[in-house]
Design a protein around this ligand. Structure first.
Ligand SMILES: NC(=O)c1ccc[n+]([C@@H]2O[C@H](COP(=O)([O-])OP(=O)(O)OC[C@H]3O[C@@H](n4cnc5c(N)ncnc54)[C@H](O)[C@@H]3O)[C@@H](O)[C@H]2O)c1
Length: 355
């Protein structure tokens, strides 16, 4: 292996340029090429980033200069690309959600483990400085007894977003707001306060007529740690406002809006708190009003981590195994909405939730 870690991208759609910009900005990473079943799309992205178009995934996997495969295909197709890449001995970074079922997620984790390759996930909001500060405060008990953990994502996507590509309007492809956009924020709650014990969710479509998936979910989560919270997710609320994550305990409250710390208050002030209150920028868009309306800085941290992990042979910062509980909570929300009542975790897969 030379000094550079070579990346291949599968899927040349909306998110591919975020991966490629992240690789370009990394230390020690180089994009080797891209593959898409739509060759024209691949060619356009390849031209923009001056990289090669692979004629098949197989060709990409046979290229010894490709060490990492970034999977940026629609949600229901991640599994096949991940498994092929891992079996070819490539490290893998998959987009979120890792897959559409726990079964597929476990299979991918297992194949990557047996192939001895690293397997990370782009739930990149975890690396925001505001979230890192919240996580550290939680891990050191600064909130006291944890009481509430809430996420409010009041976003907007126009009708054309859902009709722009076949998979975007189909529930079974993972295009509902809960498993698509909302996945990031359910993941933040799970990452911060831990796994859920019960989930109660209602799903509706309030703003995208003729599209048969939910564009809104209102949910209540009871966490194993004793805290509870609400999750409100929507892509129907024009013009879309920045996501709010709120954590409350008996000794502290922290609120992040977008990527910015809005409230950082603890009974015991510590050195560094004043600086934490400046974390994040209100100038950086975080996706509220448009699908490509966000920066690639968080993706860059995940890409850089993969490069560093390969070079020093350690575990990635966001292993897919750590995202599995998020998928379980998301799936429990679909179960709950379907059966009209609370769901106790753990759950098993029930593919009929996608009908
Ligand atoms: N992390 C984030 O913030 C973020 C943001 C946007 C999208 N995403 C995720 O990225 C993934 C892609 O989303 P998108 O918005 O770019 O979708 P998209 O539809 O714009 O692009 C997907 C591309 O994959 C191609 N494709 C389909 N099947 C393929 C196959 N078998 N092999 C190779 N290429 C194939 C399509 O032709 C298309 O060009 C999804 O999982 C989505 O959830 C993540």
């Amino acid at each position: 292996m030379g000094t550079n870690i070579g990346f291949g991208i599968v899927g040349a759609g909306l998110v591919a340029p975020f991966h490629l910009n992240a690789i370009r900005d990394s230390r020690g990473g180089a994009a080797m090429g891209i593959f898409d079943i739509n060759r024209e799309r691949a060619a356009q992205v390849a031209e923009r980033f001056a990289i090669k178009v692979f004629s098949s995934l197989q060709e990409m996997l046979e290229d010894e200069n490709v060490h990492v495969v970034c999977v940026a295909t629609p949600n229901h197709l991640h599994r096949d690309a991940v498994i092929q890449a891992a079996r070819a001995g490539k490290h893998v970074l998959t987009e979120k959600p890792p897959a559409m079922s726990l079964r597929e997620t476990d299979e991918m984790i297992d194949v990557c483990k047996k192939a001895n390759v690293k397997f990370g996930c782009f739930v990149q909001c975890r690396v925001r400085k505001a979230i890192e500060a919240m996580k550290s405060a939680l891990d050191t008990g600064r909130f006291g007894r944890l009481l509430r953990a809430d996420a409010y994502m009041k976003w907007f996507r126009p009708q054309e977003y859902y009709t722009s590509d076949g998979w975007r309007g189909q529930k079974k492809c993972g295009s509902g707001v809960t498993v698509a956009q909302g996945f990031h924020y359910i993941d933040l709650l799970q990452y911060l306060v831990g796994h859920a014990s019960t989930v109660d969710a209602q799903m509706t479509n309030i703003g995208h007529p003729g599209i048969s998936l939910e564009d809104e979910v209102l949910a209540h989560i009871q966490y194993r740690c004793g805290a509870q919270g609400v999750v409100q997710l929507s892509t129907a609320l024009w013009p879309g406002t920045d996501v709010r994550i709120e954590i409350n305990g008996t000794s502290g409250t922290a609120v992040m809006i977008g990527e910015k710390i809005q409230t950082w208050k603890f009974r015991e002030e510590r050195p560094g708190d004043e600086q934490i209150r400046t974390f994040g920028s209100s100038a950086q868009a975080t996706g509220a009003g448009g699908a490509a309306d966000f920066g690639h800085r968080d993706h860059t941290v995940v890409v850089q981590d993969m490069i560093d992990c390969i070079q020093s042979d350690r575990e990635v910062i966001i292993p897919v195994a750590s995202v599995r509980p998020t998928l379980e909570i998301v799936l429990a929300m679909y179960h709950s909405a379907k059966h009209n009542g609370p769901i106790t975790l753990p759950i098993s897969d029930d593919d009929s939730v996608w009908d």
